[in-house]
Design a protein around this ligand. Structure first.
Ligand code: GRF
Length: 198
């Protein structure tokens, strides 16, 4: 019997529909994937992604930020403890809509990644597709990057580019970029994890 190679354990933080989380989990179900998804955490109790994670057989937990009032770090300490208890070695943010404090960012420095719906360094922050269209850009896209204390400012690990078409609306562009995200994020996470394992 041959030992299967070690797989790195990933925790995913979500706030909403979790379609990127789902793409990451689906990739983890393939035999050659270098990571397992050990835990999904949502800060919002009604996030649709919670049911999607459970349907895929992944443990999912709600850690509601509103239970912590203004204590952002207290919320993150609870998240951090849950991730560590599950043996997570890397965090993937997937539509996690909270600004992080230095506690989590520095505690997981070099081991936390995010997907952002623009071609960084263009358009950090929100409303990226509208901003790209209003600027008259020919292309939009998405970026996977390391998380640092700067807003969407960490080293870019990979990007996918999507043409902006003349009859695009914000919604049609967002849909095509999201489809590209579902390809890019699992690939970048697998590459990132392979590097971390060597
Ligand atoms: C994605 O567009 C992602 O780039 C951004 O938030 C959105 C999350 O979508 N950070 P989903 O919850 O993964 O479907």
């Amino acid at each position: 019997m041959t030992d299967s190679p070690a797989r790195l354990r990933v925790g995913i933080l979500i706030s909403g529909q979790g379609s990127n989380m789902e793409a990451l989990v689906r990739r983890s179900l393939e035999p050659d994937c270098p990571y397992d998804v050990a835990l999904v955490i949502s800060n919002r109790p009604k996030a649709a992604g919670l049911a999607a994670a459970e349907a895929l057989g992944v443990a999912a937990r709600i850690i509601d930020h509103s239970d912590f009032g203004q204590d952002r770090e207290g919320h993150e300490r609870t998240i951090d403890a849950a991730l560590r208890a599950a043996g997570c070695q890397v965090i993937a943010l997937a539509g996690y809509m909270r600004i992080l404090t230095p506690f989590l960012v520095e505690g997981w420095s070099g081991r936390m990644i995010n997907i952002h719906p623009s071609l960084l360094p263009n358009y950090p922050g929100l409303d990226t597709h509208r901003r790209a269209m209003e600027a008259g850009d020919a292309e939009a896209g998405c970026s996977v990057h390391l998380v640092t204390t700067g807003l969407d400012a960490g080293t870019v690990l990979g990007q996918a580019r999507v043409a902006i078409l003349p009859d695009d609306t914000v919604a049609s562009l967002a849909g095509r970029v999201l489809a590209a995200e579902h390809q890019l994020y699992p690939q970048c996470l697998a590459d990132f994890v392979r590097t971390a394992l060597t």
